[in-house]
Design a protein around this ligand. Structure first.
Ligand SMILES: [Zn+2]
Length: 277
């Protein structure tokens, strides 16, 4: 089977590469399945490992064969075996997103410590995006994990692909200061118009990603996020699906922007710098 080998940059028929992809999908799906549990239980302060996974409608605990990521969903045709209530399609979507992001990480950054670290980051990204959609908040513990990962990242060799332009240690530290700008905007908004322009959780997320990616890629990510938020939210409001005063969860857009920036930001900044140089 021909698969993309990031080390060679071409399609190869190599058993090592095939095993790597299988590993990414098997472990990635298992973790993805666990993410559904985390997304549901973490904001409710429930234990993450107990009780066993159960149907949200009839509370029947799931057999292991009804709990196989994606496969069980397809096999049960999206319905609970006991109560035949529909299972939300977002469960298999969450499960699939994780190995897909892991696979992109591997294809872009190869088999490295950086890839391992970034894969934990992208998994946390999925949790943050969905909890923010559900609850309009980003739990501090998730930002804290990202902070620890960002600090470790300073000592990890970054593959060439991730930084086409030089990002110094200072650029990473300077990335933290972007959050200060948004904190100021938030305070001005609260003081003068009594509106929350940007949430505390979003600002903390910007701070830790600033440290992780450096200020250039972080700014780019926020630009992507804002652009996307306008593009999606404006039609939604226009169609009156949402009331004007409803605040929007900015987290998912930030996550999407940071992912784009992580994967292609370096090339975009490099291209831009070549234009003005
Ligand atoms: Zn059920």
């Amino acid at each position: 089977m021909l698969l993309y080998d990031p080390a060679m940059g071409v399609l190869v028929n190599n058993p090592d590469v095939i095993i790597t992809y299988i590993l990414i999908w098997v472990v990635g799906l298992a973790v993805g399945s666990f993410l559904n549990v985390v997304i549901y239980r973490l904001p409710r302060g429930e234990s993450i490992n107990r009780p066993r996974s159960h149907c949200p409608h009839c509370k029947t605990p799931l057999h292991w064969y009804d709990n196989i990521p994606v496969i069980s969903y397809v096999f049960l045709m999206g319905k609970c075996r006991q109560c035949h209530e529909r299972i939300a399609v977002r469960y298999p979507i969450v499960e699939l997103t994780n190995p897909i992001l892991w696979m992109i990480n591997y294809m872009l950054f190869g088999w490295s410590w950086y890839t391992l670290l970034i894969s934990v980051v992208t998994t946390i990204f999925i949790i943050i995006a969905w909890i923010d959609i559900d609850e309009m908040l980003i739990p501090d513990c998730l930002n804290l994990i990202l902070l620890v990962l960002s600090i470790i990242a300073i000592f990890v060799t970054v593959p060439e692909r991730a930084h086409d332009f030089a990002v110094s240690k200072w650029d990473h530290l300077f990335g933290l200061s972007i959050a200060v700008v948004f904190l100021t905007i938030r305070m001005i908004g609260l003081r003068f118009s009594k509106t929350e322009i940007i949430g505390c959780g979003d600002i903390k997320l910007i701070a830790v990603i600033g440290l992780l990616l450096g200020w250039q890629l972080t700014l780019l990510g926020i630009m992507f996020a804002s652009f996307l938020a306008v593009l999606v939210e404006l039609p939604l409001r226009f169609l009156k699906r949402k009331a004007k005063e409803d605040s929007l969860p900015f987290g998912p857009y930030l996550i999407f922007g940071f992912l784009l920036s992580l994967y292609y930001g370096s090339q975009i900044v490099h291209w831009y710098l070549s234009l003005i140089a």
